[in-house]
Every structure is written in structure tokens, then in C-alpha cells.
Design a protein around this ligand. Structure first.
Ligand code: HXC
Length: 257
């Protein structure tokens, strides 16, 4: 079986995962899910990796879950296999994940991008949750993550009508953090990843954990969680080094520990 992804190291401490099913517009079948979750889990264990970029092709980040694979399934099949539950493994990755999106990010493709911590879009990107046009609903987190990302009004609009939004509307709505010319997408995403990966590894992971906690807890709990993590950074070498470097007016040399 041909691999559905490639894994590269485009810069120091940065991994790049590229979806490689261009003929199917990178539709997410079970094999893609297994390969992405296995690759990210392995990269997550690698102390020399500080950020992971996930990208597709110029035409499509991913045009959704694989409709041809899904079409013949019955309720018993998808319930028994707990279809899509395997993607939850991506939420357990502690390394910051960056989605670099060009072209279509529809259905499961939009949901995969939203599983990442940061979305950078090419000006060609198109986002949407068109599942309703197929007689189903989002199944990889779209109704939940999209609503948290852009609010009820826009999420209802996208999920109920199936319409797509362009990169600029996605940026205005708060779904993506930056829009760049398509030709500069990978350079920008790799640059952001390099910047993140140059920071203290434990601090970057704690930032990810703390921001994500905002979606899972009350404000009081979230503030307590953040404060306890903040206290714990004082047990790291990198806190001593970062603050000493500031005082000594020099760049820090983090040990990522
Ligand atoms: C399987 C797909 C696919 C998909 C595209 N292809 N999307 N195959 N699953 N999600 C295949 C097409 O069948 C075709 O292959 C090839 O990719 C190129 O696509 P075209 O349709 O010919 O390209 P174009 O006319 O440019 O249209 C692009 C498009 C359209 C607008 C993105 O392909 C499209 O609407 N795709 C489906 C988008 C979608 O509904 N996504 C949500 C899926 S459901 P062949 O060999 O046929 O030429 C989902 C649900 C998750 O994600 C959880 C709930 C169930």
C-alpha cells in the first residue's frame, strides 16, 4: 500500500507532514488517519522536535473524509468501529501543531485543521462543513470545534447551509491566525514552527495545555490551572536561562528542559 503522507524535517526542530493523495484531493480515509496519528505520536516522543506542520497540496489541504470509503457503511459498521474516534489521538499530541492550509479544507479536512493549534491559510484556502449536503453531519469535531472557534452564528451558518468561506472570511471569523500568499505558505508555516520550536520545549507545551484548558473548564479552574503551570516553569532550566539572558542582554540558549 502506498503511503498517504510524507514526513520531512524542513528546519531545525521542525517536522512537516504532507498529505499525498492529490488525486482524491487528500480525502481522509482510514489509512490517512492511521498514518497521521502514528507519525504525530512518534514525533511527539522525539525530544528534537518542537513543532509539527501539517499540510496538503496547492489544490486541497483535504476535501473531507473519504466519501467513497464511507458510502457503503451501515450504522452497525460505523458504530462498531467507532468511526473517526481514532482521530482523538491527535488531541493527545503535546507538541504544537500547525495546519498550513491551501485550497479546500472541507468537512473532515476543516476538522483536521481545527485539531491543530494554529491555522495558517494561503489566500486560496476554502473552509466549510458541507456534510449536510451529503445527508450527514460533521463527525470529526466540526460542530464543536468550529463553534468554539468562530461562535454559534457562523458555525450554524456553515454547518446548516454547507457553504464555504474563503481565507479572509476565515481570518475575520477567528478560524485562522494568518493569511499569506499561496506561494509563501510553507515558508511562513515553517518560519512560525521554527520560532515556536526555538522556545523552551516545556514552556511551549505548557502554553498549548493551558490555552486548550480554556475550552474544557470554568474560568476559575482555568486560571488555577494556568497559575500552577506557571509556578512549575520555575523548576526548569529554561526559566533560569531565559530570565538570566534577559538580564544579561543576550539571547537565551534553551536546553528544552
Ligand atoms: C472522496 C473525493 C472527495 C472526498 C474529492 N474527491 N473529494 N473523494 N472523498 N471527500 C475526489 C473526487 O471524487 C475526484 O475523483 C477527485 O477527488 C477530484 O474531485 P472533483 O470533484 O473532480 O474536483 P472539483 O470539481 O474541483 O471539486 C472539488 C470539490 C469536490 C468542490 C472539493 O470534490 C467536493 O465537493 N468534494 C467533496 C467535499 C465534501 O463534501 N467533503 C465533506 C466530506 S464528508 P474521481 O476519481 O471521482 O475523479 C466529511 C464528513 C466527516 O468530511 C464526518 C461526518 C460523516
Amino acid at each position: 500500500m502506498t503511503d498517504t503522507i510524507t514526513i520531512d524535517r524542513p528546519a531545525d526542530r521542525v517536522a512537516l507532514i504532507t498529505l499525498t493523495r492529490p488525486k482524491a484531493l487528500n480525502a481522509l480515509n482510514l489509512q490517512v488517519m492511521r498514518e497521521i496519528t502514528a507519525a504525530t505520536a512518534e514525533l511527539d516522543r522525539d525530544p528534537d522536535i518542537g513543532a509539527i506542520v501539517i499540510t496538503g497540496s496547492e489544490r486541497a489541504f483535504a476535501a473531507g473524509a473519504d466519501i467513497k470509503e464511507m458510502a457503503p457503511q451501515t450504522f452497525s459498521d460505523v458504530y462498531a468501529a467507532d468511526w473517526f474516534a481514532g482521530w482523538d489521538a491527535l488531541s493527545r499530541v503535546r507538541t504544537p501543531l500547525i495546519a498550513a492550509v491551501a485550497g479546500y479544507a472541507l468537512g473532515g479536512g476543516c476538522e483536521l485543521a481545527m485539531m491543530c493549534d494554529l491555522l495558517i491559510a494561503a489566500d486560496t484556502a476554502k473552509f466549510g462543513q458541507p456534510e449536510i449536503t451529503l445527508g450527514v453531519i460533521p463527525g470529526m469535531g466540526g460542530s464543536q470545534r468550529l463553534t468554539r472557534a468562530i461562535g454559534k452564528a457562523k458555525a450554524m451558518d456553515l454547518c446548516l447551509t454547507g457553504r464555504t468561506i474563503d481565507a479572509h472570511e476565515a481570518e475575520r471569523a477567528g478560524l485562522v491566525s494568518r493569511v499569506v500568499p499561496a506561494a509563501a505558505l510553507l515558508e511562513e508555516a515553517t518560519g512560525v514552527a521554527t520560532k515556536i520550536a526555538s522556545m523552551s520545549r516545556p514552556a511551549a507545551r505548557m502554553v498549548k495545555e493551558a490555552v486548550n484548558r480554556a475550552f474544557e473548564s470554568s474560568l476559575t479552574e482555568g486560571l488555577l490551572f494556568e497559575r500552577r503551570l506557571f509556578h512549575s516553569t520555575f523548576a526548569t532550566h529554561d526559566q533560569k536561562e531565559g530570565m538570566a539572558a534577559f538580564t544579561e542582554k543576550r539571547p537565551p540558549t534553551f536546553r528544552h528542559a
